[in-house]
Design a protein around this ligand. Structure first.
Ligand code: ZN
Length: 916
């Protein structure tokens, strides 16, 4: 008798937590689904289930059915119900590497509490996979991955070795045909053998003689009830197939040792060869990507490191809540925003909550630092793990800040400043009858507060026709205490004496000078400064200046051409025509861009204006305004753009700072057109034929073509998280943006992709629909848009440590703490934690119990020895989840660590010497 073909049948559901319906709507379905699943699993021991690799499905259920926690945990402990290892099935490209780590950390912990995490990097529906995923999994103790989308044509077997740039590898199972490739296998009980024949036929080339994996499940649904007895009877009545109902864990564990994969792939998986990667989600709803970037940055690089080093009690629960918001939003349909209006609104609210928590915690640290600094002085706070000199804006009372005054540093040295002008504001100016004056004030004042200022006193002046009363207010109470009732009583008495007179009330804020100061600050520390005495002058060593249409700082020079584009010279290259704005039609949807059959590209402005901004010497800027006639939309049959246009003025702020080798840019406009795409073009050197994009712990090299095959136009539009560079320039980013190295060669950055449908069935650039045809008109991005980034001219495309240092500087502006201590404290400074090492990037710094945990990444392709200085006495290597890999050893505030190329390392820095 011939041996039977073993088919491992894995029942599961793919659970998009929110998508074309919002979270609560899908959760209502989830409750019924898991209710039924628990009943079926308990009544039939043959049933197995894989709960989609994410613990959110479990927690969303138990929030409503807490009484079923034990039932669920029993099935997990028995190995019949596979949960985790992720908290959520994320998109990998649109979030930071740290968000990927926190997602895994949350999911592994929760699945462990339930009994056991599925030890598989299950990634069934993500729109491609990032290069460092094998390292992320390996460093969390996971040796297997399961993927579908993005797998290149070269991988024609069901299993391959997937390697990260550092050389880490996992065994990777490829789900040819998708996570639901056997969804239909049991739908006709008397046709199972026939369906299996067809399935095997489709999978034969991928599996060869190997036992076969069949994924039995689909979106938001349970497999057929009673499938276990159906399979049992099928196995009995024929002898060609042996169908085994298993969890994904059981399949992987049963077959892992059979044969080592012969194929290997290094780096990201972003091919459209056999499934859509839906690359247009990167540029759809840029506002969602901006919100993600703000929330992640606030938590990763501001709140956690600063509270860890300079804050009080560790706000564990608040940070956990903020991170849960960010991780939940990293779900692929959530961050991709290829979702209903209601879903997008909830995503934005979650990001706002995460950012609010991060900002509030950061402000708390700044107040704590301010208590070490006298009133009238300030502290500049450096969020980078390297000593840096950068700018802060100080707001000073005019009488304490003479024009041109520098600031004094703790060592007595003077630091240069730039006068940003006097802020002199009249907050109210009203004429009142005598009897109305005090009632008017009483209705508006709350104790001493008036219009968000403190009342500090009043002045009277009598004219021929009216009496003028001026209330002096300021953001600081000065004098410290004031009897407001006495002030109002005095005014009331005066008014009563001249009942027929007219009174004019002026509320005038104390004039304050805004001063830009250039301050050196230690790594992750602070430096206190105060304004110098009158008469002292100091000039910056490398000032920036503005003349007419040019800006220059000795490192970069910018000239605005007549058409509003920029000629940028620096780093040994000259870029001419940078900043050309090109607007074209978009007849696609949230997943994929497509131009109309007859497109019209609008790139010539109707008018160009150049206005002077700040003059230097520390910060200088120009504002370039360009007005365009953008078509209001598409023609009714979608074949082209409408002839009706809307005049749109774009405003580009071009800024140079002293000592910075890059140009800061911000493009603003009020978008009233629909169904279009706006890109910012930068001409590159002629040699530019590849790009290098930073994100998720790696810098990925990409060409100008993308592999296709499945019926999706393989547009070479790619995501970049931190930066993208090619021969000529690097663009430094604040959040994920889409780029393309277009013909020219030019680097085109997508600033807006306006569409109004989740998915379109008849899509010129995609055969297979990506979702339901549902209108989502806010996807048109109407209203005010602002996108900021920076341009670093550089001849070589491949980023160096200098590129990474520029990115660190651009992304991490200094913060300011206002002095609150009594006068007379000497100016101080403090160092937090310093990391020295070319190309070494700080991903995370937080407290874990009594220790500090720091995560560093080497983002260069060479080994580097990094040195860490700080308030610690022991160091211990940990895995990605913080579990110890070795014993702690004493180091007394200085540790050296060698990072291999592209290595992610996590270290636990203890406050006490090791016990031995
Ligand atoms: Zn999905």
């Amino acid at each position: 008798m011939p041996s039977r073909t073993v088919v491992h049948l894995v029942p599961h559901t793919h659970w998009d937590r929110e998508w074309y319906l919002p979270f609560q709507s899908f959760r209502l379905r989830l409750i019924g689904l898991i209710d039924g699943l628990l009943d079926e699993m308990e009544s039939d021991p043959g049933v197995r289930f894989t709960l989609d690799g994410q613990t959110a499905t479990v927690d969303d259920y138990l929030e409503i059915r807490p009484e079923h926690a034990d039932r669920l945990a029993r099935l997990v402990a028995d190995g019949r119900l596979a949960v985790g290892p992720w908290r959520i099935l994320m998109d990998e490209f649109l979030v930071s590497g740290e968000t990927l780590v926190r997602n895994l950390e949350m999911g592994m912990r929760r699945a462990g509490e339930l009994g056991r995490a599925m030890p598989i990097g299950y990634l069934p529906d993500m729109f491609g996979h990032v290069a460092q995923m094998p390292q992320i999994l390996r460093r969390a103790g996971i040796g297997d991955a399961v993927v579908w989308r993005g797998v290149p044509k070269a991988i024609d077997r069901h299993a391959f070795r997937w390697l990260a740039p550092d050389g880490s590898s996992v065994r990777c199972e490829y789900l040819l045909g998708g996570y639901g490739n056997a969804r239909d296998l049991l739908s006709l009980p008397d046709r199972i053998e026939h369906k299996l024949d067809r399935f095997l036929n489709d999978q034969r080339a991928a599996f060869g003689e190997d036992e076969v994996l069949a994924m039995y499940g689909e979106d938001h649904s349970l497999p057929l009830p009673g499938y276990a007895p159906l399979v049992a009877s099928f196995n009995q009545r024929q002898d060609r197939y042996d169908v085994r109902i298993e969890t994904l864990t059981e399949y992987i564990e049963a077959t892992r040792g059979h044969a080592a994969p012969t194929l290997a792939w290094t780096g990201e998986l972003r091919s459209s060869a056999r499934a859509n990667v839906l690359m247009g989600v990167v540029s759809h709803r840029v506002d969602v990507k901006q919100a993600a970037g703000r929330a992640e940055h606030m938590l990763e690089r501001m709140a956690e490191p600063l509270v860890a080093l300079h804050g009080g009690a560790w706000p564990e629960r608040l940070l956990e809540l903020a991170w849960r918001r960010v991780v939940d939003n990293s779900a692929h349909d959530s961050i991709c925003a290829c979702s209903s209006e209601a879903t997008v609104a909830q995503v934005m609210t979650r990001f706002a909550e995460a950012e609010q928590i991060g900002r509030g915690l950061t402000e708390g640290v700044l107040r704590a630092i301010g208590r070490h600094v006298s009133g009238g002085a300030f502290a500049a706070v450096n969020p980078s793990p390297t000593a840096r000199t950068d700018l802060v804006e100080l707001d000073l009372p005019l009488d304490r800040s003479p024009v041109g005054s520098p600031v004094v540093l703790p060592d007595g040295v003077l630091a240069p400043t730039q006068d940003l002008g006097v802020v002199d504001r009249t907050l109210d100016d009203v004429v009142l009858a005598a009897g109305e004056l005090v009632p008017y004030l009483r209705r508006r004042m709350h104790a001493r507060e008036l219009y968000a200022h403190q009342v500090n006193g009043h002045r009277l002046s009598r004219g021929a026709t009216e009496t003028v009363v001026t209330l002096d207010v300021d953001i600081e109470p000065d004098p410290p205490s004031l009897d407001v009732d006495a002030l109002l009583d005095a005014l009331e008495a005066q008014a009563a004496r001249t009942p027929s007179a007219t009174w004019r009330l002026l509320v005038v804020a104390r004039p304050r000078r805004r001063l830009l100061a250039c301050v050196p600050v230690p790594a992750l520390g602070w430096t206190a400064v105060r304004p110098a005495e009158p008469g002292r002058v100091v000039a910056p060593t490398d000032p920036v200046s503005a003349h007419g249409r040019t800006l220059t700082n000795g490192l970069v020079a910018v000239l605005v051409a007549d058409d509003g584009t920029l000629t940028i010279e620096g780093g040994g290259v000259t870029l001419t025509g940078a900043g050309r704005l090109v607007d074209g039609g978009d007849v696609g949807d949230s997943y994929n861009y497509a131009p109309p059959a007859t497109d019209l590209l609008v790139e010539h402005p109707l008018r160009v204006g150049v206005q002077a901004g700040e003059p230097g010497p520390l910060r200088a800027s120009l504002v370039v305004t360009r007005a365009y006639a953008w078509p209001v939309g598409l023609v009714p049959d979608l074949s082209g753009r409408s002839t009706e246009t809307v005049e749109t003025e774009t405003r580009m702020t071009v800024e140079l700072r002293a000592g910075e080798p890059f140009v800061r840019l911000a493009v603003e406009f009020d978008n009233e057109a629909i169904d279009h795409r706006l890109r910012f073009h930068v001409p590159m050197r002629r040699s530019a034929d590849r790009t290098f994009a930073e994100g998720q712990f790696a810098i990925v090299e990409r060409g100008t073509v993308m592999e296709g095959g499945h019926g999706e136009r393989p547009l070479p539009t790619f995501p970049a998280h931190g930066l993208v560079s090619a021969d000529g320039a690097a663009l430094l980013l604040e959040h994920v943006l889409e780029y393309e190295l277009a013909d020219g060669p030019e680097l085109a950055l997508t600033l807006l992709r306006a569409t109004g449908l989740i998915s379109r069935d008849r899509h010129p650039y995609r055969d297979e629909p990506a979702g339901p045809v549902i209108a989502a008109p806010t996807g048109q991005g109407r209203g005010d848009r602002r996108i900021a980034f920076a341009l670093l001219p550089a001849p070589e495309g491949r980023p160096t440590e200098a590129t990474l240092a520029a990115l660190e500087r651009y992304r991490n502006p200094f913060l300011l703490a206002v002095g609150e201590a009594d006068a007379g404290l000497a100016l101080g400074s403090a160092e937090g934690l310093a990391v020295e090492g070319d190309g070494v990037v700080l991903s995370s710094l937080r407290r874990r119990g009594a220790s500090l945990e720091v995560r560093l990444v080497n983002e260069l392709d060479c080994e580097v020895a990094a040195t860490i200085h700080g308030p610690f006495q022991t160091v211990r290597a940990g895995d990605l989840l913080g579990r110890p890999l070795a014993d702690a050893h004493p180091v007394a505030g200085r540790a050296e660590v060698v990072l291999g190329p592209w290595e992610i390392t996590t270290l636990c820095l203890g406050s006490r010497p090791a016990a031995d």
